[in-house]
Design a protein around this ligand. Structure first.
Ligand code: S3P
Length: 436
């Protein structure tokens, strides 16, 4: 069923961002591997991706219970750790759905087990590159098979003994480093990773606070095999979900939105850097620490945005936000150039292709390049009916375009937003933007 979004006269109010997807995955997985008891995870991400992780950990023998959260707070999970050696052979194929994070983090765990397991997912996941985790895990001693010469899911983990690795990562990927750190926890010897650039560091923060012997030297990470202690995690709000509202407010002619409880870990705040560069009126208030992660409320108002260049080390810090930044760039004053973002080609959709193609059909002058896009500014987004390429972040970017365009925008397959943000359309409705 489609939805049509029209621009409300004004865009005002308070929004609570749902629990962070990256932190939620890690909170369940790492606590499942802890030795010492039961963890409480509060404000767990409501998205389908994190439910895939929860179901897989249950299928591997971890006791997990879920209780509904309070008003506008995500569910609470209780996870009983089984220790690094305590997972059991699953009775069936493990299904990661649409979730690349689930697949790559789990690969690091399943590779070193004493049992066989098979991991698969939906159509999109089966096209995503898994060689980046299979190759280094194989160098650590893992026996993994998969389609297309062991580069695509379904992946079969034959289990076995792992040794530490000294590895120069070819991409700045938090999923890849997390996979190898998880494998390194129970490998024989030290695991040392050299990152080409910083990417989100939730794994490093959480593993360290669970007692793992993990050091950082510049961009290098050095891990000794370690046992984990349980920790309770209060999941901060997801800045990648909050980013949609930030762009909506900055681009709408009469807007002021306060987004509460946003995780502002510096490895995730590329969107704030980009908005500042674009001249957005954005302020952080009530900055605080929640479970080892910085959190703030974000106030953002109607702004005279200008075009910018995004490249280099900023890109991994806002990689998931680029489809909605492209919407803002279309209406900003002046050209925007995005470079060094070739990773977009291997996300839930090819996000260079999908963003360029939908914006072009909405009348925007935009050009895709091998590693990014060039967007002419000062344009009007035409209305019409568009599809999301089965990509949650594309669907929500279309929704935000509807909130700021003078013409209604219909999204033919809005349900895919539930991968990370099931309440997204309801919030649009509350902001006065949903027609039907
Ligand atoms: C994630 C890392 C990013 C991001 C994804 C979530 C994570 O992927 O795009 O949505 O939780 O580790 P890469 O690390 O592959 O860039």
């Amino acid at each position: 069923m489609s939805v049509t979004i029209t621009r409300p006269r004004s865009l005002r109010g308070e929004i609570i961002s749902p629990g962070d997807k990256s932190v939620s995955h890690r909170a369940v997985i790492f606590n499942s591997l802890s030795d010492s008891g039961t963890a409480q995870i509060t404000n767990f991400s409501p998205g389908a991706d994190c439910s895939s992780t929860e179901q897989i950990m249950s299928a591997l023998g971890v006791e997990i219970t879920r209780e509904p959260g309070g008003n506008a707070v995500g569910d609470s999970l209780t996870v009983k750790g089984v220790g690094l050696q305590g997972l059991v052979e699953p009775a069936d194929i493990l299904d990661a759905g649409n979730s690349g994070t689930t697949t790559r983090l789990l690969a690091g765990i399943l590779a070193g087990q004493s049992f066989l397991s098979v991991l698969t997912g939906d159509q999109s996941l089966k096209t995503r590159p898994m060689g980046r985790v299979v190759n280094p895990l194989t160098n650590m001693g893992a026996k993994i098979s998969g389609r297309a010469n062991n580069t695509l899911a379904p992946l079969i983990f034959h289990g076995g003994y792992l040794k530490g690795i000294n590895y120069k990562m070819p991409v700045a990927s938090a999923q890849l480093k997390s996979c190898l750190l998880l494998a390194g926890l129970r490998a024989d010897g030290i695991t040392r990773l050299s990152q080409p650039a910083e990417s989100r560091d939730h794994t490093e923060r959480m593993l360290s606070s669970m007692g793992a012997e993990l050091k950082k030297e510049g961009l290098d990470l050095i891990l000794q095999p370690s046992e984990l202690e349980t920790i309770d995690v209060e999941v901060p709000g997801d800045i990648s979900s909050a980013a949609f509202w930030m762009i909506a407010a900055a681009c709408h002619p009469d807007a002021e939105l306060l987004i509460r409880n946003v995780g502002v870990n510096p490895t995730r705040t590329g969107i704030l850097t980009a908005l500042n560069m674009m001249n957005a009126q954005v302020e952080l208030t009530d900055e605080r620490q929640v479970a080892g992660e910085p959190v703030a409320d974000v106030l953002i108002r109607t702004s005279d945005l200008k075009g910018i260049e995004l490249s280099g080390e900023t890109v991994p810090l806002l990689i998931d936000e680029i489809p909605v930044i492209a919407v803002a760039a279309s209406v900003a004053d002046g050209e925007t150039v995005i470079k060094d973002a070739q990773e977009l080609r291997v996300k839930e959709s090819d996000r260079i292709e999908s963003s360029v193609s939908w914006l072009r059909s909405a009348g925007i002058n935009i050009e895709g390049t091998a590693d990014g896009m060039i967007i002419e500014g000062n344009q009007k987004i035409n209305g019409g009916c568009f599809q999301s390429y089965d990509d949650h972040r594309l669907a929500m970017s279309l929704g935000i375009a509807g909130l700021i365009s003078e013409h209604p925008i219909t999204i033919s397959d809005p349900d895919v937003a539930a991968i990370s943000y099931p309440g997204f359309w309801q919030t649009i409705r509350e902001l006065g933007g949903l027609v039907g």
